[in-house]
Design a protein around this ligand. Structure first.
Ligand code: ZN
Length: 252
């Protein structure tokens, strides 16, 4: 497994991100729907894009492949409901064949919930749940002695291209294989903001650095404030395929 340092892809474009409303001056996510299907070479990334994104068969080419919800998506510790298959009218590459609404995770006596349930694929929900239960919650307990209660994030699924560009490679968000995380709220109502606390020499900064590093062992793309200005306020986490053999890890 190789770890590369070139940055690649997505930018947040959710509509529900903060725990409290974003403070003045914070970037407000602004989703741009796909405007065209015209393909051009993707310039940012590490790979020359294939004609279609390489993702597990269960999440690609949704149209016509499944009309019923999943029978089940069994993930230990996940609070979720299976959802109706997601398609995006007229754009065949967007969608999720095995969507779930992940509301949060349970670990021992603690429950951490998303600010609003996120729509993602069952496959991605497994990776995300593992990261939250096995990395985020334990590190918070270790650092603060207080459990994480709320995870503030984007919506997960969005039919758009990387960096909201009108052309180029499809974002992993368009396949339900990505999430943007902006903040955590502990059980004592204190907030940990990626934008405000990432670079600070505090327990909050240490916590964020630790869970970012651990994310790089679970996801194929982890982009944080050190990646570029687009990610100064959040972690972009996805499980997309990079490189011909899908072994590249992008960790920034
Ligand atoms: Zn993202």
């Amino acid at each position: 497994m190789r770890i590369v340092t070139q940055y690649c892809c997505a930018v947040l474009a959710g509509t529900v991100f903060g725990l409290p409303a974003p403070a003045a001056g914070e970037p407000v996510p602004n989703a741009k729907p796909l405007a065209t299907t015209r393909q051009q070479p993707f310039l940012e990334g590490i790979d020359t894009p294939p004609a279609k994104p390489q993702v597990p068969d269960s999440t690609r080419n949704v149209s016509g492949t499944r009309s019923e919800p999943l029978a089940a998506c069994d993930i230990p510790g996940a609070l979720l409901d299976v959802a109706e298959p997601v398609t995006d009218g007229g754009y065949e590459d967007c969608g999720i064949a095995d969507p779930v609404r992940l509301a949060g995770v349970v670990s021992g006596p603690n429950t951490a919930k998303f600010h609003a349930p996120v729509t993602i694929s069952c496959d991605f929900a497994k990776v995300l749940t593992d990261w939250l239960r096995r990395d985020v919650l334990p590190v918070a307990e270790l650092e603060f002695g207080i459990p994480v209660a709320v995870v503030a994030s984007g919506p997960g699924y969005q039919c758009r291209r990387r960096n909201n560009r009108p052309d180029g490679k499809l974002s992993e968000h368009a396949l339900g294989m990505a999430i943007d995380i902006t903040q955590f709220q502990l059980a004592d109502s204190s907030n940990i903001s990626i934008e405000k606390d990432w670079v600070t020499a505090t327990g909050k900064g240490k916590f964020l650095q630790a869970i970012h590093a651990k994310a790089c062992r679970r996801f194929t793309t982890v982009l944080g404030p050190d990646a570029d200005a687009n990610h100064r306020s959040h972690f972009h986490l996805d499980a997309g395929c990079h490189g011909q053999d899908c072994t590249y890890i992008i960790c920034q």
